[in-house]
Design a protein around this ligand. Structure first.
Ligand code: PEP
Ligand code: MN
Length: 338
């Protein structure tokens, strides 16, 4: 971290800034210039709050050199992390994973129909929301515990690990019991209490990027979970809000190489929520694979027009299978299996 102080800063003020930093176990090197004094701070600067340092009226500028995250940082963990979800490896040079299933678990029978179809098409995991973050309080809110139990039954019958979204801390035990990969939805990416709670368990977490969050905020959300001791985090880009109305969100594919550069965590792509339109899902899936994603999460429904949520972006099972087949060809080009 580089701190620039105004030349007219009184010596006791300078001393106060330096000793405050040194007390935290960091060391400070001074370069005296004609108009400014520049202080180089060396050590674990993640514990420093640059805004607080900049609040001093004699401080002209504070520049962070190192990223504010440690556990997720590629710098301190050069090798790719491979996260095992009930035996299925995600990340590194492992085969790409495909997660398929309905947006919401509607009924046991309906879930089993879709689950069997996604398994047959070649999915590695089954998705299905039992607690749904809906924009309208009058929209279907999910089947709750029963939905999770049906998901768990589908896992037992088909041998597919299950993915579902947890919205509140009071469901931690339930999710820890039933779910193999706990999803934090876009709307909860900065629900810090939820992230802290997920840090206390030892189960993989699928952390979606917030609707309007920067990459650094997203990595810091992963850091919250990891700081608690749970380092099994898989990131998921699901599109961000932009001025564009043609698509539900804008799929930011550039995050794939950026996340790979900044962190060692796996990243998967959700073209269903990113586009909001099943017609765009195949091309965005193939593009994500070409860009280096570690997997895809896709909404699938046997009758999209009857779906209780997100039907417009849901693929029919046969189209889902086509995406997997074409995806395998692209994966091969980038040196991965699928
Ligand atoms: C979902 O996966 O169904 C969902 C609600 O996702 P997101 O949080 O990305 O909107
Ligand atoms: Mn959905």
């Amino acid at each position: 971290m580089i701190i620039t102080l105004k030349k007219q800063a009184p010596p006791e003020e300078v001393e106060r800034v330096i000793s405050g930093i040194e007390k935290k176990g960091l060391s400070v090197t001074v370069i005296e210039g004609a108009n400014y004094n520049v202080f180089g701070v060396v050590g674990d600067t993640t514990i420093l709050d640059e805004k607080l340092i900049a609040a001093n009226p004699y401080v002209d500028n504070v520049q962070r050199i190192a990223a504010p995250y440690k556990k997720a940082n590629r710098l301190f963990h050069p090798a790719d992390s491979v996260i095992h979800v009930a035996g299925v490896p995600v990340g590194g040079q492992e085969d790409l994973v495909v997660i398929g299933g309905p947006c919401s678990v509607e009924s046991k029978e309906g879930l089993f129909t879709i689950a069997k179809a996604v398994k047959e098409a070649g999915a590695d995991m089954l998705r299905g929301g039992a607690y749904k973050p809906r924009t309208s309080p009058y929209a279907f809110q999910g089947q709750g515990t029963a939905g999770l139990q049906w998901m768990a039954e589908a896992r037992e019958q088909l041998g597919l690990p299950i993915v579902s979204e947890m919205m509140s801390i009071d469901k931690l035990e339930e999710f820890n019991e039933y779910v193999d990969l706990i999803q934090v939805g876009a709307r909860n990416m900065q629900n810090f209490d939820l992230l802290k709670a997920l840090g206390t368990i030892r189960k993989p977490v699928l952390l979606k990027r917030g609707l309007a969050n920067t990459i650094e905020e997203w990595i810091m959300a992963a850091e919250y979970i990891m700081a608690g001791g749970n380092d099994q985090v898989i990131l998921c880009e699901r599109g961000i809000r932009t001025f564009e109305k043609y698509t539900r969100n804008t799929l930011d594919l550039s995050v794939i190489p950026i996340i790979k550069q900044k962190t060692h965590l796996p990243i998967i792509i959700d073209p269903s929520h990113a586009t909001g339109d099943w017609r765009l899902v195949e091309s965005m899936s193939l593009a994500a694979i070409a860009a280096g994603a570690d997997g895809l999460i896709l909404e699938v429904h046997d009758c999209p027009e009857c779906a209780w949520s997100d039907g417009a972006q849901s693929l029919k099972p046969e189209r889902f299978q086509e995406v997997i087949e074409k995806g395998r060809a692209i994966a091969k080009v980038v040196g991965r299996g699928m």
